[in-house]
Design a binder for this molecule. Sequence first.
Ligand SMILES: NC(=O)c1ccc[n+]([C@@H]2O[C@H](COP(=O)([O-])OP(=O)(O)OC[C@H]3O[C@@H](n4cnc5c(N)ncnc54)[C@H](OP(=O)(O)O)[C@@H]3O)[C@@H](O)[C@H]2O)c1
Length: 228
Amino acid sequence: MTTTLITGANRGLGKETARQLVAAGHTVWVGARDEDRGRATADELGALSVQLDVTDDASVAAAIEHIAAHGGLDVLVNNAGMAAPGLTGPEALEVFDTNAVSIVRVTQAALPLLRESANPVVVNVSSALGSFTANHDPARPASSYPAIVYGASKAAVSMLTVQYARAVPEVKFNAVEPGYSRTGLGGLSRPDARPAEVGARNIVRLATIGTDGPTGTFEEDDGVQLGW
Ligand SMILES: NC(=O)c1ccc[n+]([C@@H]2O[C@H](COP(=O)([O-])OP(=O)(O)OC[C@H]3O[C@@H](n4cnc5c(N)ncnc54)[C@H](OP(=O)(O)O)[C@@H]3O)[C@@H](O)[C@H]2O)c1
């Protein structure tokens, strides 16, 4: 039995990832900063829920302790994320804290549990907007989409993935671009965005790799490598 924690799983890509991983047979912990919304999502999906604000050390520590008390943890999906409307210092700090610093916070807390797993896996949900390659390719939407702070925070997610993959070889760390998806962040009524369930498939593919799976990669659709 594989046990998976997904941060920010009460809606959007995190929720669809939870739905698909439950269907794949995982025991899924829906991490949500709002306890009621997390519980409602977990009840709907046949998952478990845990209060988890990725910007709050005490909340993260309590969530991992709670999961430990119920068994182990095999897969961590660092999915929680945000984009700020403005470019003030406090907004930029919040975006970096939520999208990038949180990966250090949650991963460090979860590592002792992950190291007990026979197949420990971490998936970091990144974005083509954080890819230098995509930002320099005129054929890609990322090259013309303004995302100063969000894009920079996702570039940090990429480097965290590379560094963790090298520093902690006993755990597989991969970054993923889910693709432009219809969510609160992507835009719920954008016709050019894909349904969240389609974007979530990219996350699910990396969350279900076997012991021979990759580490230190950045994948998009169909497992194709996205340039860093
Ligand atoms: N949608 C896209 O087109 C797209 C493309 C590439 C990458 N991504 C990435 O995909 C991930 C999921 O985003 P989404 O599109 O599904 O957006 P979303 O629908 O807006 O969902 C974001 C989730 O993150 C949670 N969250 C935000 N701050 C949090 C915090 N401090 N602690 C815990 N949870 C927090 C939200 O919780 P609340 O409900 O409490 O706010 C929500 O569950 C993000 O990392 C995003 O950058 C999205």
